[in-house]
Write a protein that binds this ligand. Sequence first.
Ligand code: HEM
Length: 456
Amino acid sequence: MATTPKLDRASTSETADSPEKRVWRTSPSAHEALKTHYEANPEQKLVFPHKWDVSRSDIYVENRWQPIFAEMQAAGPLHYIDESPFGPYWAVVGHKAIQHIEALPDIFSSSWEYGGITILDAPKEELDKPKEERFELPMFIAMDRPKHTGQRRTVAPNFTPSGMTEMEPEIRQRTGELLDSLPRGEVFDWVDTVSIELTTGMLALLFDFPWEDRRLLTFWSDWSGDTELATVRELDEFRRGVLFEMAEYFQELWVKKTQEEPAGDLISMMIHSDAMNQMDPMEFMGNLVLLIVGGNDTTRNTMSGIIHSLDLFPDQRKLFEENPDLIPNAVQECLRYQTPLAHMRRTCTEDTEVFGQQIRQGDKVVLWYLGANREESVFEDPHKLDITRDNAKRHIAFGYGIHRCVGARLAELQLRVLLEEMHKRRMRVHVAGDVERVRANFVHGFRKLEVEITEF
Ligand code: HEM
């Protein structure tokens, strides 16, 4: 099949033994690869026989998932989807039921050994290999207790309120500079110019990730977050190649940093902390990838979601413009409204009952945060953005329980600073052209958002 990209690892290096000269793969994008594949092989398009199979990405790219979740919620908090391209699974759509399941992490495992944290299972060929031959990048998001607890504890001190206070001036300065550089009287893409640039730039600064390579973070997180293309064997192979390359990059970075004097960036702090010192290098790297890639398209898509939703609800934009004190609550409401990760997955480790449904050991359980954050019985008029909403903070966009997002404070800080700096400049951003959403059931966001800036 000529149109599917093939992984040719040799072509990614100029010379194998000169890492400085290494050329890292930056194309094709995950989106292009999948599009090209389906254009060449239309008969391979995925089929979704179950009317409530919310793993279908067309409902997200066309923004018509809302009535499906509402119908499911009216019928109950969880439903068994017996057939889907990702195999059978429980779709948990109730806010309370998701919290209930996340509060039982021993029964509902996050472990990669059972399938990890997305609807996509690890390829069978990979699991059949002897352990030492598998490509594994252990990350604590896909681990259970007690290992999860220890690793999370080593990373969490980087995200304390006082740590955030220290980071704020740098984040504010960079955000301000970027906003000042934006074109006026001209249509441009907010996703590429602002959301991607700010998120990758901030992560690159905080982790001292090489500045000139920061767009690699975007390329890698796009490939790692695209669950649908992994259903196509050739693309999944390519995807694993991309992830392998990312691991190699991080390994070089890690080696370089261990040889340098301690510095103030997060990687150096982690390397020189007593607790992180004990971690084996693959685990250290896995967790680095988790922090840098995990914080990437999530924050990016919320930055795009903020602009899109304020434009969709001009009354709310006016409120924001008139009353900047509402910004902290607006951040929570925009997180609820956007929910940049549509789901997380668990695997059931013993037969159990949840809200009257019998779940069996080994069942895949998919927690649809996106649906739950629009549940009418929890959020009144849920499809309306309301920056004064008194329970906006009850959203579960960051998850719940022992795995709740460790970077939540950093994300909230970046989003608050963005809104504050826009306000300071009296900047009003209008949607003024193409709006393209991500075609995926995991990452929920925008590929393109053409806007124009005026003043209020
Ligand atoms: C708007 C931005 C973000 C959203 C919506 C988000 C969402 C999430 C979600 C849903 C989870 C899983 C929670 C669960 O299973 O209950 C998670 C976990 C995690 N996130 Fe975030 N995230 C964001 C930003 C970040 C940032 C900026 C970082 C770091 C720089 C980060 C690092 C992590 C890590 C390390 C975990 C694993 C936590 C654990 O397993 O204990 N995230 N995030």
